[in-house]
Write a protein of this length. Structure first.
Length: 279
């Protein structure tokens, strides 16, 4: 039986100068497998093969031995290769790109940028894609533990500004708003560390991939460099506003205060009401 947009088991039934005709197992329809899609292989009549079936520019069924970047029913990180009046097109690794209809673009997507997309067959029987992937991201079910380093892609934000991420493009993750200090955008790929696992299975992650001690020492070096390039003085101290600290050093006030404390214990800086000085 033919499964559009998926890998199908099929049998070779005819050979032509321009390729082969195949029939999906359990079906009688003959579908072209052009020579450009054979990966250089010579096939035999009645040979069983795995083919990906899609539609060509004239909406005819066509097949290939090439493995696409994603199949119907899957979520994948795909590049936008065009924006047109009818929608965007994403590359799935084949000669024909997949349409992202305008009605599916609830978030703004841009040409040459990559995002998570879910592939489906639309009402007209064509393969299409949507960036609205939340319903297709799974719960990890104890696949991760605290401290694990993972890769995640931002696919949305909660009403309170926390970032929704898909860990390994598959599993639900969340970066709390107070865990990131740089601007995040949908489609951004991040290296993350697992902080905890919520009761519903969602994985709490943070961009702070280093141990807390290492982070503090790194921030101490950043503060010292800042002071050295500003004549040994800065107006920021442990009384500065969280907004100012986040704007300049991209960290929380708590991290900043801890780093200042470490530098003061080492007698490298002093603080007063005006700011911080190198000793």
């Amino acid at each position: 039986m033919l499964n559009l947009g998926k890998i199908n088991k099929a049998k070779v039934v005819k050979e032509k100068d321009f390729g082969y005709y195949i029939t999906p197992i359990g079906d009688s329809i003959e579908i072209l497998l052009p020579k450009s899609g054979t990966l250089g292989r010579t096939l035999e009549i009645d040979e069983e093969i795995d083919v990906f079936i899609y539609r060509d520019s004239k909406d005819r069924f066509i097949s290939t031995l090439k493995t696409p970047l994603a199949q119907v029913g899957e979520v994948a990180y795909l590049k936008v290769v065009a924006q047109t009046p009818i929608g965007a097109f994403v590359n799935i690794g084949l000669e024909r790109d997949v349409l992202v209809p305008m009605k599916e673009q609830e978030i703004k997507i841009y040409k040459d940028s990559s995002y998570l997309f879910y592939l489906y067959v639309d009402k007209t029987g064509r393969i299409a894609a949507t960036p609205d992937v939340n319903d297709y991201i799974d719960i990890a079910d104890n696949l991760y533990k605290e401290g694990d380093l993972v890769t995640g892609v931002v696919y949305g934000f909660t009403s309170v500004g926390s970032a929704l991420v898909a860990i390994d493009n598959k599993y639900k993750g969340l970066i709390l708003k107070n865990e990131f200090f740089n601007f995040l955008k949908v489609g951004e790929k991040l290296e993350l560390r697992v902080k905890r696992i919520y009761e519903d299975g969602t994985v709490s992650v943070t961009p702070r991939t280093k141990a807390i001690k290492d982070q503090r020492l790194e921030l101490e070096d950043i503060i010292l460099d800042y002071l050295k390039t500003h004549n040994g003085f800065m107006v920021y101290n442990d009384k500065s506003s969280p907004e100012d600290i986040r704007s300049i050093f991209h960290v929380s006030k708590n991290y900043f205060k801890n780093a200042l404390g470490g530098l003061m214990k080492k007698r490298l800086i002093s603080q007063d009401s005006e700011g911080t000085k190198l000793i």
